[in-house]
Design a binder for this molecule. Sequence first.
Ligand SMILES: CC(C)(COP(=O)(O)OP(=O)(O)OC[C@H]1O[C@@H](n2cnc3c(N)ncnc32)[C@H](O)[C@@H]1OP(=O)(O)O)[C@@H](O)C(=O)NCCC(=O)NCCS
Length: 171
Amino acid sequence: MTEFDLRPAEPADAPRIALWMAQPHVRRWWHQGWSVERWAQEIEQQAAGEHSTPYVAALDAQDFAYLELYRVRHDRLAEYYAYDDEDWGVHVAIGDATRVGRGLGRRLLGAVADTLLRTEPACTRVVAEPDIENTPSVRAFAAAGFVQHGELQLPEKTAVLMVRTRTAQEV
Ligand SMILES: CC(C)(COP(=O)(O)OP(=O)(O)OC[C@H]1O[C@@H](n2cnc3c(N)ncnc32)[C@H](O)[C@@H]1OP(=O)(O)O)[C@@H](O)C(=O)NCCC(=O)NCCS
């Protein structure tokens, strides 16, 4: 399907996710440098709800990134743009600092958006809200086919609304 393996995160993944989230290049943007216990709880809570699902991405059987795929209609983002009920949102973090800035993020984001649009026929848009100052993230989303749709003033940041729309080939 894609070069990446995406599996739902489990509480047993909490030690690794907590370690990734503590890395300065991730912590700076995620602000979730929590304990292992809090991450285990967070994963359980997300798995039990309808808002968001946590995933671990692997390449060549090596886990390297944490993602959250969320339903915009259940997210605070719904208050900030004219969302569609079927819109999906993406949060992403490549935990290993030695693996960022090498094109991995754009490939992962492209594969995730392609897969969502292919497997969710009612979904026509996948969105993200990177901090406007997070240039690597904005560029990686853009390289993955997400287009900038203006700025959003969120409580803790000015974000760029980035939208990957179903292409003519994917209709
Ligand atoms: C955001 C993230 C997933 C992107 O993945 P990545 O593998 O690093 O991204 P890519 O290598 O595909 O692309 C990075 C782009 O940013 C550019 N870039 C990297 N560092 C940069 C810097 N300091 N200043 C300007 N541009 C920079 C790269 O040149 C590349 O763009 P280009 O090819 O158009 O020139 C990854 O960096 C990450 O996990 N960061 C920490 C957590 C985070 O910020 N998450 C996003 C929250 S919305």
